[in-house]
Design a protein around this ligand. Sequence first.
Ligand SMILES: *Cc1c(COP(=O)(O)O)cnc(C)c1O
Length: 387
Amino acid sequence: MTTQVARQVPFGACDITPEARSAALAVLESGWVTTGPLTREFERDFAEWVGARHAVAVSSCTAAIELSLRALQLPPGSAVLTPTLTFCGAVQAIVHAGLRPVLVDVDDLTLTLNEHDVAAAAARHDARAMVLQHMAGYPVAVAELTAAADLTQDDVVEDAAHGLGAVIGDIPVGTASTSTCFSFYATKNLPIGEGGAITTADPELADRLRASSLHGMSRDAWRRYRPGGGWRYSVELDGMKANFTDVQAAIATAQLAHLGRWQVRRAELAARYDAALCEVSGLRLPPRPVTGRHAWHLYVLRVGKGFPLDRDGLAAALAERGIGTSVHFIPVHHFPYFRSLLGPQDLPVADRVFEELLSLPLHPGLTDDDVDQVCEHIVDLSRGGMQ
Ligand SMILES: *Cc1c(COP(=O)(O)O)cnc(C)c1O
C-alpha cells in the first residue's frame, strides 16, 4: 500500500504582495505614518474601482457601519433591521450607534433577508433603518428589500464586507444605497490586515464621515502637523477615532492593483467546487444570482440529512485530513450578550440552516489541485470515508 503525504489546505490565507510590503516600508521611512495624502489617494482609487463617486477610508467595516448609522441622526433607540445570520460586529455597531437592532430571519435559499420577512419585521417594529449584508458575496436585492421595509435608500446601510466586486443586476455593490461599508480585514477580498471604507454618491456625506472618523474635527485637521499646517481646528460633529493611516493606504493601493485578478480567480475556484460537488447527495451548493455577479468571498456549503455525516462530523473529518473549514455565521441571537440585550428570539430558519453551514477554503492563492483535494475528501466521506 502506498501512503501519500496528504496536502494541507488551510481555510484562509492572506497574501500581502511584495509591492505592498515595500510600499508600507517606504511610508514607515517617510516620517508620515498616519492619515495623509496616501489615504486620500487610496480613497480615489477605491471609489473608481467600485464605480462609486466617493470613498471614505476608515479603521474597519465595523466602524464604517457605526459611522454610517450615526450620520442618519435617528432618535436614540430607533429600530434597525438586520439579518441574524451575520457577523456579530455588524450588530455591535448598531448598538454602539445608540440604536436598537431588530434581528430578522434569513431566506432558506439565499441566506440573506427576503422581502416577506423584512416587511413583517419593519411593520412590527417601526423600523427606521436597515443594515443589509451581502452574505458570502451573494448580491442582495437592495432596492426590493428597501421598498419592502418601507424605507428609502438613504435609510439603508450596506454591510458589503463580503460584497466587494459583487453586482446587483447591473448595479455594482457600493452604488446601490447612500452608504456601503467594506472591510479590508486579513481574510477579506481586498486584504490589508485591518481597515474599511464607506462609498457614497453624496459629497457632503463623504465630508461628514471623514470628519466623524477623526473625532469630528474640521476638514483636513490631519494637516495641522504638516509643514505650513495651521494649529486651529474646530469640532462641529460627533466623532469617533476610526481613521485610516497612510501605512494602510500604501498596502491597500498596492493590493488593489491585484483585486481584479483575484476576483476572477475566486469565481474560477467556486465553479470548480460546483462542478466537483454538484452530484454529491446530501450537499447543497451556494446559491448563484440569476443576474449580476457574485463576489465569492465565501464558498458556503449546506450539509443536509442525505449526507452520511452532519456538519460538525464533516468539519472534523476534513480537519483530520488536513483541510481547514469554518462556519459563517453563528446566528447573532445565539450569543449570550445579544440574548440578554434583545430577549429570546424566534428565528427558526436561521436556527435550522446554521446546523448545515460549512465554509470551504476559498482564496486566490489556492491551486486547482487544492480544490480537487478538498473535493476528493468530501466525495470519499460521502461514500463512507474508508480512504
Ligand atoms: C468581517 C465582517 C465585518 C467586520 O469587518 P471589520 O473590518 O473586521 O470590522 C462586518 N460584517 C461582516 C459580514 C463581516 O464578515
